[in-house]
Write a protein that binds this ligand. Structure first.
Ligand SMILES: [Ca+2]
Ligand SMILES: [Ca+2]
Ligand SMILES: [Ca+2]
Length: 312
C-alpha cells in the first residue's frame, strides 16, 4: 500500500489554517489544533492525538483530513521514528535525517552526486501488492507479514515490475531472504535479485542477482545480462564481491540501445541486500523489477530513486 511520491506530499501543506498546516506560533492553529514543533515536516498544526508523534507509530491516519478519525498505525519500516512517507531513507534507520546535498534523499541511501528524488518505497504492508507493482504471474506473488513473497517451485522466472518514468536514471534497492530453492531442471541455475528490463518485447534484461549454481553447489552474487539473447548468457556475468560496486555495459541487439548497470550487494547469513542503478536512460522504457528464477523468496521492500548517474 505504500508508494508515496514525496514531491506530491509537499502539496499537502498548503498555508491554510487546518490540520497539517505549517505554523510558527500556537495562535496560528485554530480550535483545538496544536502547533507541534516536533512534527517530522517541521512545526505543524495537528490534532491533539497527533502531538508529539514524530515516532511515527500511532497517529491519526491523515493529519490533514477534516475530522479526527482516531489513531491508526503509520508505517515506519526501519523503525527510526520517521514515518515511511516522510523518511528520506525509509529502509535504513537514520533518525537524524541528514541530507548534506539537500536533494531529498538522505545521506545513508543517496546513490551519488546530483539531485535525486525518492520515486517510491514499497514496504509490503497488508495483504495486497501495491497497484504500482505489476507481477508477470499474479499467482506466484503474495503479500503477508511485511514481505512480498514469490513462490516458484519450477524452473520458471517471475518478476514484479515497477515502471516509474521513461528516460530517467533509476536506482533500486531491495533486501530478500530465500526460503526454498526448486530442484534442478536441465542444470539451470537459480537466482534472485533486481532487474532492469531493457526491452520487454525481447525479454532482455540486465540484473543484479544472487545466483545458486547446482553444479558447484555455491551461491554467488552475479551481474547478469540477457542483452541481445533470449536466454541467460552466463558468459556475460561478473562475480560480485560483497560490498563492491560493479558495472556492466551492454547493447541490446534488438533495439540497439546501450544500457549501463551498476550493482552493489551485501550478503548477511540469511539476508541479501542488492542495489542496482541503470545509469544510461534509453527509449525502451524504464522498467525495474524484483525477480527470481526457481526460488521461493521473501522481499522486504523495494526502494526506487530517480536522479543523475552514479559516477564511474
Ligand atoms: Ca522510518
Ligand atoms: Ca530512515
Ligand atoms: Ca542527499
Amino acid at each position: 500500500m505504500r508508494a508515496l511520491v514525496l514531491a506530491g506530499l509537499a502539496g499537502c501543506f498548503a498555508p491554510t489554517y487546518a490540520p497539517g498546516s505549517p505554523c510558527t506560533t500556537q495562535a496560528e492553529c485554530p480550535g483545538d489544533l496544536v502547533c507541534d514543533p516536533a512534527q517530522p515536516a517541521g512545526p505543524t498544526c495537528v490534532r491533539p492525538d497527533d502531538v508529539g508523534t514524530p515516532d511515527g507509530t500511532v497517529v491519526d491516519s491523515a493529519p490533514t483530513d477534516a475530522a479526527s478519525d482516531g489513531p491508526d498505525v503509520r508505517s515506519d519500516h526501519d523503525g527510526d521514528g520517521v514515518p515511511d512517507e516522510l523518511d528520506n531513507c525509509p529502509h535504513i534507520g537514520n533518525p537524524e535525517q541528514t541530507n548534506e546535498d539537500d536533494d531529498g534523499v538522505g545521506d545513508v541511501c543517496d546513490p551519488g552526486a546530483g539531485k535525486h528524488e525518492i520515486a517510491a518505497f514499497f514496504g509490503f504492508d497488508g495483504t495486497d501488492l501495491p497497484p504500482e507493482l505489476v507481477p508477470d504471474d499474479p499467482q506466484a506473488w503474495s503479500v503477508a507479514d511485511g514481505f512480498a513473497r514469490a513462490t516458484i517451485t519450477t524452473n520458471a522466472l517471475t518478476s514484479l515490475t515497477y515502471d516509474p518514468l521513461s528516460n530517467a536514471n533509476v536506482s533500486v534497492t531491495t533486501t530478500f531472504t530465500i526460503d526454498a530453492i526448486a530442484p534442478p531442471t536441465m542444470g539451470q541455475s537459480r537466482n534472485v535479485g533486481i532487474a532492469h528490463q531493457h526491452s520487454p518485447a525481447a525479454n532482455t534484461a540486465n540484473a543484479c542477482v544472487l545466483n545458486y549454481d547446482f553444479n558447484t553447489r555455491a551461491s554467488t552474487l552475479w551481474i547478469l545480462s540477457t542483452m541481445g539473447a533470449q536466454t541467460i548468457n552466463e558468459a556475460e556475468f561478473s562475480d560480485i564481491e560483497a560490498g563492491t560496486t560493479y558495472s556492466i555495459r551492454t547493447t541490446d541487439a534488438t533495439s540497439q540501445n546501450t544500457a549501463l548497470l551498476e550493482c552493489t550487494a551485501e550478503q548477511a547469513p540469511t539476508q541479501v541486500s542488492i542495489s542496482g542503478a541503470k545509469i544510461v536512460p534509453e527509449s525502451a522504457g524504464n522498467r525495474v523489477s524484483l525477480r527470481t528464477r526457481g526460488t521461493t523468496t521473501r522481499f522486504d521492500y523495494m526502494f526506487v530513486v530517480l536522479g543523475p548517474p552514479i559516477p564511474l
